[in-house]
Design a protein around this ligand. Structure first.
Ligand SMILES: Cc1ncc(COP(=O)(O)O)c(C=O)c1O
Length: 490
């Protein structure tokens, strides 16, 4: 048998490939392509189903089905007395070939800003020193799996209809209870908006709090997830405010832009440098917000993990009507869970709830119910106690290994007593972006620090996640990183 059918009655479609099977689907696609590419013109008559079937050596029924399918799609029409034609209404529709070389419609500046940031959010491989990789003892274990299986099979987490855009009530109650007792956040479940992580909380806060001309203070340096967001949503309206050892420099913010509508801050553990915001600074920030009718957005991403003394209480607890508090389970559980929350002042609940619904309705229900049970049954508290010990040990081990491995005078650690990452400063002549790229090639995952600064104000450094990798793996990674740094400085 020949591998291809006979010469078709429509030259523009070429022969079918018998060895590939699905002849009807092939014919349909070839006809569509011929119409789109101009090989078949609007109004042009097609051969009868019998003639085309014979010319192609296929069953007539196959051609009948293809013609019917393409009529349903609007490519063909059937005219009494004339037969089947390419739909005349397609005249004037741009052809595939004709579009080549034509300029695309312009995109708004936000699209360019989104495209610029796309590559920066590529996840790092699960090797030292990637942040938030739940390996070994740091991963939630048997209790999480058992609860998941039980809840997905029966009851609240089983397949159902749409859920509440604000989040499942049992989870909101569990979160409200958790942040009240562990973070001194003042709230009820009715103020909790369940989000797919802090990133969505930041997006919601920008959408709800910032008007067309409003400026926002952002720490310098800061998390890329907020700076890139404001670059896209509020171009030219982000005011980078320096931080010192007490956190955001409120006096500098007042000089730069006293009338900003919101301040995005990380008071428990400045991201990325690691210091907590002092009490005088907290009061100064709140005084500014009250005097200028501004909001404060508190990103409390990893405050559970403090290794000396207790975690610092939230800023929200000092003025619950003024602060939008953002929390996440990415750090204490695992980031692929994609669950976090915003605790918002009562006056903002409806706006956040509506914005949440328009963004993606609500997070997947099953995981919300699994997490609600995990918190309510005490597993989260036990898990946090465990990982605090795990990360304290990882941290001590990492600091010691790095101190031994690092090339003197080229890299030094920033002191910090909490969180899941540490900062390694590099000598000014070293390009931290190049080091991060080379490190990944050497099997070590680090983030460069300088892109977290406002353009022109950066210092080179690296953000290293603590992780819970075995000591030998960490030691090997530290040696490789040291070699990459030394090579970059040469
Ligand atoms: C400071 C800071 N804020 C927010 C986030 C976003 O966390 P999520 O995974 O909850 O979106 C991160 C993640 O690394 C972070 O470091």
């Amino acid at each position: 048998m020949p591998r291809t059918a006979k010469t078709p009655q429509i030259p523009a479609i070429g022969p079918l490939d018998r060895s590939a099977g699905a002849l009807g689907r092939q014919l349909a696609q070839k006809l569509r392509d011929a119409v789109k590419g101009g090989g078949l013109q609007p109004g042009e008559s097609l051969p009868s189903t019998r003639a085309l079937a014979e010319s192609l050596g296929i069953a007539r029924g196959t051609v009948v089905q293809v013609y019917e399918q393409l009529m349903a799609e609007g490519f063909l029409v059937s005219c009494p007395g004339v037969g089947t034609q390419v739909a005349p209404s397609l005249a004037g529709v741009p052809r595939k070939g004709a579009a080549r070389g034509m300029p695309l419609p312009p995109l708004p500046p936000a699209a360019e800003a989104f495209a610029r940031v796309a590559s920066q959010f590529t996840p790092l491989p699960p090797v030292p020193f990637a942040v938030s990789v739940p390996v070994g003892m740091a991963a939630p274990g048997l209790a999480w799996r058992r609860l998941g299986n039980r809840i997905r099979a029966h009851g609240a987490g089983a397949p159902g209809g749409y859920g509440d855009p604000q989040g499942a009530l049992p989870l909101r109650e569990a979160i409200a209870d958790y942040v009240r007792r562990s973070r001194s956040v003042h709230c009820g479940a009715e103020q909790v908006i369940v989000a797919t992580g802090t990133q969505q909380g930041l997006f919601l806060a920008c959408m709800v709090l910032l008007g067309q001309d409003d400026c926002a203070w952002v720490e310098n340096p800061a998390y890329l997830g907020i700076t890139a967001l404001l670059d896209a949503l509020a171009p030219g309206r982000m005011v980078r405010v320096p931080v010192d050892e007490e956190g955001i420099d409120v006096a500098a913010g007042l000089r730069l832009c006293p009338g900003a509508r919101a301040a995005f801050v990380t008071p428990s553990h400045q991201y990325p440098l690691g210091m907590p915001m002092g009490m005088a600074r907290r009061n100064a920030l709140l005084d500014w917000a009250r005097a200028r009718s501004a909001w404060i957005v508190e990103d409390d991403y990893d405050s559970e993990l403090r290794y000396t003394g207790h975690p610092f209480p939230s800023l929200q607890g000092l003025d619950p009507g003024r602060v939008v508090y953002l929390g996440t389970f990415s750090k204490i559980l695992f980031p692929s869970l994609r669950l976090g929350y915003a605790v918002v002042p009562p006056a903002l609940v409806q706006a956040f709830r509506g914005a949440r619904a328009l963004m993606d309705r609500h997070p997947p229900s099953a995981d919300q119910h699994v997490l609600a049970a995990f918190i309510a049954e005490g597993h989260l508290d036990r898990h946090i106690r465990r990982i605090r010990g795990v990360y304290a040990q990882s941290r001590a081990q990492l600091l010691q290994i790095l101190q031994e491995a690092l090339p003197g005078g080229l890299a030094w650690l920033q002191p910090s007593d909490q969180g899941m990452h540490c900062v390694l400063w590099l000598a000014p002549r070293i390009d931290d972006r190049a080091v991060a790229l080379q490190a990944v090639r050497a099997g070590v995952a680090v983030r460069p620090l300088s892109p977290m600064y406002a353009p022109g104000s950066g210092r080179p450094g690296l953000v290293l996640g603590l992780g819970a990798f075995p000591a030998e793996q960490v030691a090997e990674a530290a040696r490789r990183l040291a070699a990459v740094i030394a090579a970059a400085a040469a």
